[in-house]
Design a protein around this ligand. Structure first.
Ligand SMILES: [Zn+2]
Length: 320
């Protein structure tokens, strides 16, 4: 069988009650009766959209080509390690907390959920909540939930376009409206809803308190300029950086780290472009889409296409 080569994934549009009806300028997608809140880019059920595996789900690629996809020393045996999504919150999302790996395993799940959010867009005044104000105790949190005043104990911080926010497992968090976020997370769906502003959805209070940590590493991350990109976040589970390619410039060459080849998740945040690698046809990439380069692809080239002045901006996530 031919070796696995890079492929584009088809975005998967998920209905959510807190979502939006207009996904422009990110996607030209006709929204049906229910609003769209999440666009999954590397979900287990996302299907390959280019090359010899067209139509195959990522979970299937993972099952059949794990070492080619992730590299020989990859420790992830159960499922593809990173889930990337674009979030379109139209209203305040519920206040949530995710378990860490140890707690997730007690519940029979392989991974907890540490995540990060990159602000693809932010309306003036957009905020997220990250942890509690200094000195808040668990007893105060319980009382505030009963009295429906938890918002006042949360640490709300303003978010501007281009901000990267790290949210480690155990951090209570919420996302406000007016944001378009690129979320990179451990591939887990373990979410406990702690508070919903008095809305009638089910809460998972005891699970939340078991997962909750009052002190965490969460916060805005200061970007760091590297030679060819800007490092946005680096954690135990993922590394995310950003680079831009100018239209009409020569293609840029990329190569795997010789010692640690890894899957590369390449999301186009603006512009359009093309990726070329040995053994596969050139892959077109448009805003809002993702191309996955497997660990076994040692080298590839990318260029911006089109004659406009819009550079191809790529957010790249690599699992650890
Ligand atoms: Zn979350």
């Amino acid at each position: 069988m031919a070796q696995l080569t890079p492929f584009r994934l088809r975005p998967w549009f998920r209905t959510r009650i807190w979502g939006v009806r207009d996904l422009a300028p990110w996607y030209s997608y006709t929204v049906g009766e229910e609003p769209i809140g999440e666009v999954w880019l590397s979900g287990d059920d996302c299907t390959v959209d280019s090359g010899p595996h067209v139509g195959t789900a990522l979970a299937q690629i993972f099952a059949e080509h794990r070492t080619e996809l992730l590299g020989a020393d990859a420790s992830h045996a159960e499922r593809f390690p990173l889930l990337m999504k674009v979030l379109f919150p139209q209203e305040k999302l519920s206040v949530q907390v995710h378990p860490d790996d140890a707690l997730a395993r007690l519940h029979g799940e392989p991974h907890g959920k540490t995540e990060c959010w990159y602000a693809l867009d932010a309306a003036p005044g957009a905020t997220v909540a990250l942890g509690f104000l200094p000195g808040v105790t668990e007893a105060q949190v319980r009382t505030a939930i009963e009295q429906q005043t938890l918002e006042s104990l949360l640490h709300w911080l303003p978010v501007a376009k281009g901000d990267m926010i790290f949210v480690d497992a155990g951090t209570v968090h919420a996302i406000g409206p007016g944001l378009v976020l690129l979320e990179t997370q451990q591939n887990s769906d373990m979410t406990y809803r702690m508070y919903d502003y008095g809305r009638p959805r089910e809460l998972h209070l005891e699970e939340s308190f078991r997962a909750l940590r009052l002190q965490t590493q969460a916060g805005k991350v200061v970007p760091r300029a590297l030679a060819d990109s800007t490092l946005l976040v680096e954690s135990q589970y993922f590394r995310v950086d950003r680079f831009a390619l100018q239209p009409n410039a020569a293609p840029r060459a990329f190569a795997q780290e010789a010692k640690h080849p890894a899957a590369q998740l390449l999301f186009a945040a603006s512009g359009s472009g093309e990726l070329q690698a040995e053994g596969c046809d050139p892959i077109a990439l448009h805003r809002g889409e993702m191309v996955l380069v497997p660990a076994c692809t040692a080298a590839w080239q990318m260029r911006a296409t089109g004659s406009t002045s819009t550079p191809l901006e790529i957010l790249r996530a690599v699992p650890r």
